[in-house]
Structure formats: structure tokens, C-alpha cells
Design a protein around this ligand. Sequence first.
Ligand SMILES: [Zn+2]
Length: 74
Amino acid sequence: MLDYQKQVINAAIPKDIEAILIANGLWDDILNKKVPCCICGDLIDKDRIGALIVKDNGLSICCNNMDCVEQIRK
Ligand SMILES: [Zn+2]
């Protein structure tokens, strides 16, 4: 997971991240700004993806706010 987080933070949107979001049915929701950050609750658009978090029952996304990314990394 750490590798993914670094990729997302350092690049715009790596193609594999986009592919993961598409595979999980989240990409359209992101384009439509329907997906909230799992930390601060702000709606995320495709330019503000900070990290993907894999959980037991699916995928969560946090925005690229540094406070949120720090929370994820703990
Ligand atoms: Zn956030």
C-alpha cells in the first residue's frame, strides 16, 4: 500500500490507480464528485486523489490534503 500512496501523491493519476478505481466502480463517481474523502469527508475529484486504502469490504479514498494523507500513513 505504501507504494501506491507514494505513486498517487507524486504523480497526477497513474494508470494503474485509474484502473483500480474503474474496476471497483468508483471512477465514474469520482468524475461526478460523489466520493467523499474517508478522513475529512470532502468530495474528491480526479485531481485530488491522495491515496487509496484497501479495506476488508472495499476501497476507500482520501484526498490529497496533507493532514488526511498523514492520517492514512499512521
Ligand atoms: Zn481529506
